[in-house]
Write a protein that binds this ligand. Structure first.
Ligand code: NDP
Length: 323
């Protein structure tokens, strides 16, 4: 079968498509015929060797994928061969067939295509945990969504809207802001607007925004603190700038701010939090209030270009690769 292989970490161009043996599921594992892989900014960082965990090579990237169950390893029960599932298996998705621990499988609503199933879990569960589990967002409250036309950004806007929150969306181009408005953002601002701090504060009534989903990091992290209302909650979800940020705890004291980190991988291990998120998301999916935003779609041989386009901020919605 064909698979993307990374032998040395580096820029997207280190990824190569190779012919490799079809993997055999071990105990507790399931093999999927991969239909679609959702590409996250984290995949780009992992190939670069800049992710939160160390990337061991050689490896096949692709942490979030969907497909048809094709074979079951020893001891796997409750999974149907021939059914469509999504997986947060951690790696290996960029291939015609991929293994997933049965425990990492996520049921897929029957209405979802393979691409929609691959576009859903990471972005929507992260958005839920940012807005509710850790962010404690309330109906009528303002939230700032950065990189608003991206995979997490579009999911966050849809979900915040469905939860009755009011949204300030930031992104780097007018076209991206249009996408945010179409999804329900109340106020949109260019990320490089010279008056952005004051404008965000004004949007939320002059006192700043009570909840911020912070994904850019670096110098922008301080700006997020400046945009936050007193007693505001800043949820640190990403560092797309790949720059270092600094934090002065005294500033948090002075304005009673809360800064909370969010990493989906560790939250997925929290059964109660995952169950609550799934329970909240299921009816919103069924009613169509949240629908996965499938972005540009590439073939396996175009994987390096897909990763490069994410780095160059050319994409909107969830980038999909179909092996
Ligand atoms: P996106 O589809 O949002 O793509 C990344 C976006 O980041 C770009 O489109 C761009 O939007 C923005 N960006 C801002 N600054 C830069 C920069 N210097 N270089 C490149 N992009 C930049 O990706 P994801 O939805 O996968 O992820 C969004 C963020 O959320 C990332 O930081 C990611 O690591 C994080 N994340 C974290 C999770 C967790 O568990 N902690 C889970 C999911 C996502 P624009 O051009 O509008 O600025």
């Amino acid at each position: 079968m064909k698979a993307v292989v990374v032998e040395e970490l580096g820029p997207p161009e280190v990824m190569q498509v190779r012919e490799v043996p079809r993997p055999q599921p071990g105990p507790g594992e399931v093999r999927l015929r991969v239909e679609a892989v959702g590409i996250n900014f984290a995949d780009v960082l992992a190939v670069a060797g800049e992710y939160l965990t160390r990337t061991k090579v050689p490896y096949t990237p692709g942490m979030e994928f969907a497909g048809i169950v094709d074979a079951l390893g020893e001891g796997v029960t409750g999974v149907e061969v021939g059914g469509r599932v999504a997986s947060l298996g951690g790696r290996g998705g960029l291939a015609e067939y991929a293994l997933s621990p049965a425990a990492a499988l996520i049921p897929v609503p029957p209405s979802f295509s393979g691409a929609q199933a691959a576009a859903f879990p990471v972005s929507y569960f992260t958005a839920y945990h940012g807005l509710k589990t850790l962010g404690h967002g309330r109906e009528g409250e303002w939230v700032l969504v950065q990189a608003a036309a991206g995979a997490l950004g579009t999911a966050s806007i849809q979900l915040a809207k469905a939860l009755g929150m009011r949204i300030v969306a930031m992104a780097s181009t007018e076209e991206k802001l249009g996408i945010a408005r179409d999804l329900g953002a109340d106020v949109t601002l260019l990320q490089d607007d010279p008056e952005r701090v004051q404008k965000v504060r004004d949007a939320a009534g002059g006192g700043g925004v009570p909840l911020i989903l912070e994904v850019v990091g670096g110098r922008r992290f301080q700006e997020s603190l400046d945009m936050a209302a007193n007693r505001g909650r800043v949820i640190v979800i990403g560092n797309a700038s790949r720059e270092q940020a600094s934090l002065r705890p005294v500033e948090l004291m002075k304005r009673n701010l809360t800064v909370t980190g969010l990493w989906l991988t560790s939250l997925m291990g929290d059964r109660e939090a995952t169950r609550e998120a799934a329970q909240a998301l299921t009816p919103l999916v069924a009613s169509g209030q949240v629908t996965p935003q499938v972005g540009p779609t590439y073939g396996l041989a175009e994987s390096a270009r897909a990763f490069r386009d994410i780095l160059d901020r050319k994409t909107t919605g969830k980038v999909i690769i179909e092996p």
